[in-house]
Design a protein around this ligand. Structure first.
Ligand code: COA
Length: 259
């Protein structure tokens, strides 16, 4: 599969999706969003892939939806565009394989929303985050008004949404929007190291953790605990559980097969 607006590479069981429109600061036009959907589907379907890193080419992660496309949208096209983007971003969020955003620069609007749809966000010291949609006379369209308060709380989310201000990586980290801040030159290495640490663990367990957190966040504590206990039960039927516990008892590293 070749992409016009992305690059897609797999090495050491890690798929790296790089949004590649650097002259437009990787702004997400409709075509790029569609390709992101194809790329995450390819990564999820590929048994040789265990984790996904999402990043941007050049000085931006993603500087938002492509304003040149938004500028002429009608209400129905805008609604369809938002829903199509939301569906693609949701695939990053519900991927059974960990998705990690390596935020190398501007993560604004749709870029911040895309990063928030990943399971973990590692920011370089040069990263900048923000939801500037109100400056354009719109609200976020790709889930930002929903994921931001879930990540940083209502007050901090509304402050960012209502001002449209950009914040730096350190402030994003303080708010819980970025999970780590690393020097620019260390971003790739640190993100890959994090993915590699996850890949040592059982793939069914990784999928189960993601599923429990995602579904649990959308429901009551009681229902979330039921989801967890069901997954706990199901995983106890797997060869991976037997291998993980046997390896511990035999004081050796586990070899998981995802069965
Ligand atoms: N949509 C379309 N094009 C965009 C874009 C976007 N969201 N963000 C940047 N670009 C384009 C610029 O138009 C410019 O293209 P040009 O060289 O053909 O004129 C190019 O990317 C470089 O951007 P520029 O504004 O010149 O860089 P800068 O360093 O001066 O400013 C930003 C960087 C990120 C502060 C600025 O580009 C910006 O505010 N972008 C829009 C952010 C936004 O509102 N996102 C939410 C959209 S809903």
């Amino acid at each position: 599969m070749s992409y016009a607006n992305l690059t897609y590479d797999v090495a050491d069981r890690i798929a790296t999706i790089t949004v590649n429109r650097p002259d437009k600061l990787n702004a997400l036009n409709d075509a790029t969003i569609a390709e992101l959907g194809l790329a995450i589907d390819a990564a999820v379907a590929d048994p040789a892939v265990g984790a996904v890193i999402l990043t941007g080419a050049g000085r931006a992660f993603v500087a938002g939806a492509d304003i040149s496309e938004l500028a002429s949208q009608t209400p129905l096209i805008a609604q369809r565009r938002a829903r199509a983007g939301q569906a693609v971003f949701r695939r990053f969020e519900t991927s059974p394989k960990p998705t990690i955003a390596a935020v190398n620069g501007f993560a604004l609007g749709g870029g911040c929303e895309l990063a928030m749809s990943c399971h973990v966000r590692i920011a370089s010291e040069k990263a900048k985050f923000g939801q500037p949609e109100a400056k354009l006379g719109i609200v976020p369209g790709f889930g930002g008004s929903q994921r931001l308060p879930r990540l940083v709380g209502r007050g901090a989310a509304l402050k960012l949404l209502l001002t449209g201000d950009m914040i730096d990586a350190v402030e994003a980290h303080r708010l819980g929007l970025a999970d780590e801040v690393v020097p620019v030159d260390a971003l790739t290495e640190r993100t890959r190291a994090l993915a590699t640490t996850m890949l040592v663990n059982g793939p069914l367990a990784l999928a189960g953790c993601i599923d429990a957190v995602q579904r649990g966040l959308d429901t009551s504590l009681e229902e979330g605990c039921r989801i967890e206990s069901d997954l706990f039960g199901v995983l106890s039927a797997t060869a991976d559980m037997r291998e993980g516990m046997q390896a511990f008892l035999e004081k050796r590293p586990a070899t998981f097969t995802g069965r």
